[in-house]
Design a protein around this ligand. Structure first.
Ligand SMILES: O=C(O)C(=O)C[C@]1(C(=O)O)C=C[C@@H](O)C=C1
Length: 368
């Protein structure tokens, strides 16, 4: 039974709820020990319950080794590649999934975390998740989640985001008292929404906002979403291209259980995350390992580590707890197949308190 297809046919986003017999969210499904998912319909969404099926397989060790991904759009099962995204049909993330894997079967999921989990558990093949927008900035939640999961970045895809303001048929611009959208959608249309003087309400995704307005036949509430969402949920578009700048691009990462084999014959990027001992010039020294080797950095993002379990010590030597330790996310215009990059990373590893390579992947050279 294809459970993901069932969920899609029922137009219900996936959600994973922990149950007594489910493995921890960190457990990765090995190919020789498949994870079988059973489905229960909860009040509003399907629920997965993972049951580990310990069939003995002689190839256990070989099969559980990371396998390089091909660029094929066929999954391991020979069917269309199943690609998880957050939101409901008509979300920009669904379009990004289709752009990244043109013949894939997009699988809607309720939350960002669910997207990570369904790939980790082997229920779907890939994930496509937003990480930054040219107007709204970084999607911090996903920078934090990627560190808590074992997936690899295997590609990037940039998507042009053109927002529409929509409402039920017969509702006019002047009737609107409230507008619903994803927080990024609201942030990207700040000017227009301020001019309208409407209350803004954040929901899980732009298409979900459109679906809600339509299904409740709201007469004083609009949604900021894509023209495709207006079409799907039969809403009337009151204004097009309402984002603050016409050039509005969101960058998504494609994630998988196994990494791609890095290459040097095409443009590659590498995403890493590290943390450092505190001290004058610590970050300067870390960035210098790349500068001295002429490696261009395309992005830096720092995220608080909370109670980082790094070498046990969580105080600064005088008994005062350290609440602000940081993870630095860096993107390098380089491939890990390149000796120069390997040297830089080896150099950083000498003094970083933590270092993880999130992925080395081909640069998206297409038009957004
Ligand atoms: O809500 C959606 O439609 C999404 O796909 C999410 C998301 C985001 O998280 O940034 C994706 C692209 C746009 O920037 C707005 C929202």
């Amino acid at each position: 039974m294809d459970y993901a297809a069932m969920a899609r046919a029922a137009s219900i986003p996936l959600s994973i709820r922990p149950s007594a017999s489910s493995p921890s969210s960190n457990q990765t499904a090995s190919k020789s020990s498949p994870v079988v998912f059973s489905w229960r319909r909860s009040s509003s969404s399907l629920t997965t319950r993972a049951i580990s099926n310990n069939t003995n397989d002689n190839n256990h060790n070989l099969q559980s080794l990371p396998k390089p991904l091909s660029m094929s759009t066929l999954g391991a099962h020979g069917n269309r590649l199943r690609v998880a995204y957050q939101g409901v049909e008509g979300a920009y993330s669904e379009s990004a999934a289709m752009k990244a894997y043109p013949n894939c079967e997009p699988i809607p999921c309720e939350h960002f975390e669910t997207v990570f989990e369904v790939v980790e558990h082997g229920l779907v093949d890939r994930a496509v998740l937003p990480f930054e927008n040219s107007l709204g900035g970084s999607i911090h939640r996903n920078y934090d989640l990627i560190l808590r999961h074992k997936l690899h970045i295997v590609g990037e895809v940039r998507l042009s985001i053109r927002h529409c303001l929509m409402a039920n048929h017969g509702v006019k611009l002047d009737d609107l008292k409230r507008v619903l959208s994803h927080p990024q959608g609201l942030a990207q249309c700040e000017h227009m929404l301020t001019k309208l003087g409407v209350a803004r309400e954040a929901v899980d995704d732009t298409a979900g906002a459109a679906q809600f307005v339509a299904s409740h036949q709201l007469q004083d509430t609009g949604a900021v979403a894509s023209s495709r969402a207006a079409e799907i949920y039969d809403l009337n578009i009151l204004a097009r291209d309402i984002q603050d700048k016409s050039d509005n691009v969101t960058r998504f990462f494609m994630l998988a259980r196994d990494p791609v084999i890095p290459r040097t014959d095409m443009p590659f990027k590498t995403s890493i995350v590290f943390s450092l001992e505190e001290g004058p010039g610590a970050l300067y020294k870390a960035l210098a390992v790349f500068a001295f080797r002429n490696i261009n950095l395309t992005k830096i993002e720092s995220r608080p580590g909370g109670c980082m379990p790094l070498r046990g010590a969580n105080d600064n030597g005088n008994g005062i707890p350290k609440y602000f330790e940081y993870f630095f996310h860096l993107e390098l215009e380089a491939s890990t197949a390149d000796q120069n990059t390997k040297n830089a990373l080896a150099n950083l590893e000498e003094f970083a308190t933590f270092l993880r390579i999130l992925g080395s992947y081909p640069v998206d050279l297409s038009h957004a």
